[in-house]
Write a protein that binds this ligand. Structure first.
Ligand SMILES: C[S@@+](CC[C@H](N)C(=O)[O-])C[C@H]1O[C@@H](n2cnc3c(N)ncnc32)[C@H](O)[C@@H]1O
Length: 275
């Protein structure tokens, strides 16, 4: 998701979708990111695709950028990554692929089967898995990524940060992208193609948008401290460091992390709604 753009007022300029293709849902997964509209956009490599708030405001999703190769702003993140890297909500996998090309062991997880398939086609490792479900290498990841607006996953940043804390090793790095303005917003959204922007296709799911101050505040509650923040290419990033002590501290082990991967369907991508 673009973090450099704001929710915009609804538009009426979209044309109706006429391809007549059936809407397919992934078994057992609520029709949010698993919705066909997202899969179709990833297949096409382009939008227009939006998160539509229940009040009609639209947040453009930067499908074209996500489907392209990692750019200079992405590289500013990747060059800070340490050890084993977990890309949470990896989308079509440009970051996982670029990390692999740099020789860093990386795994992408995503609730969208289409996104996982794209990542694997790029040569990356990926699992169709919700971040809130069991993940290989729990407690041992050296770096976690929450980019492209993924701090919004689940619509409850405190719960997400708490989950990430349990996924990574003590002293690990979390690199997250924030909205370039000071917002702390929760909303229910649907994924809509421009044509569906007025109709409200799909089931609403919780999402969040955070500027750096809000993210740093919530991260501190979860035991993370701010190590760096930077802006490049109109995008804002923070690097957070987790506490260096844990009762169950284990060293990161890339072999164990990677060899424990098994394909499994996600059970949920809406932790707030399901709790
Ligand atoms: C805003 S998009 C970001 C795309 C991505 N970072 C990229 O590089 O293309 C959010 C992504 O997170 C995924 N996602 C949503 N909820 C998730 C969850 N609970 N666990 C894992 N991935 C999730 C979506 O399927 C989607 O691919």
């Amino acid at each position: 998701m673009s973090t450099s753009r704001e929710f915009a007022p609804p538009t009426t300029t979209g044309k109706a979708r006429t391809d007549g293709r059936p809407r397919r849902l992934v078994d057992g997964v609520p029709p949010s990111w698993s919705a066909t509209a997202y899969a179709d956009a990833l297949d096409a490599g382009r939008g227009p695709l939006f998160l539509r708030r229940t009040d009609g405001w639209l947040l453009p999703l930067e499908v074209e950028r996500w489907c392209a190769a990692a750019d200079a702003a992405d590289m500013s993140v990747l060059e800070r990554c340490e050890g084993t890297v977990l890309d949470i909500g990896c989308g079509p996998g440009r970051l996982v692929a670029a990390l692999g090309a740099r020789g860093l062991p990386a795994l992408g997880i995503d609730v969208s089967e289409a996104a996982v398939a794209h990542t694997i086609r790029l040569g990356g490792r990926a699992l169709c898995r919700s971040v809130f479900d069991p993940v290989p290498g729990e407690g041992r990841w050296s770096t976690a990524l929450l980019l492209d607006g993924n701090v919004g996953i689940g619509g409850d940043p405190v719960a997400l940060l708490d989950r990430v804390t349990r996924l990574v090793a003590p002293g690990a790095l979390l690199i997250a992208e924030t909205v370039p303005v000071d917002v702390d917003e929760r909303a229910h959204v649907r994924i809509v193609h421009l044509a569906g922007a007025q109709g409200g296709a799909g089931t609403p799911f919780p999402w969040a948008r955070l500027g750096t101050p809000a993210l740093v505040r919530y991260a501190a509650q979860a035991g993370w401290h701010l190590e760096a923040q930077w802006t490049t290419g109109g995008r804002c990033f923070v690097a957070l460091r987790s506490r260096r002590t844990s009762s169950s501290a284990e060293p990161a082990n890339s072999t164990a992390v990677m060899s424990s991967q098994r394909a499994r369907k996600p059970s949920a991508d809406r932790p707030v709604a399901n709790r």
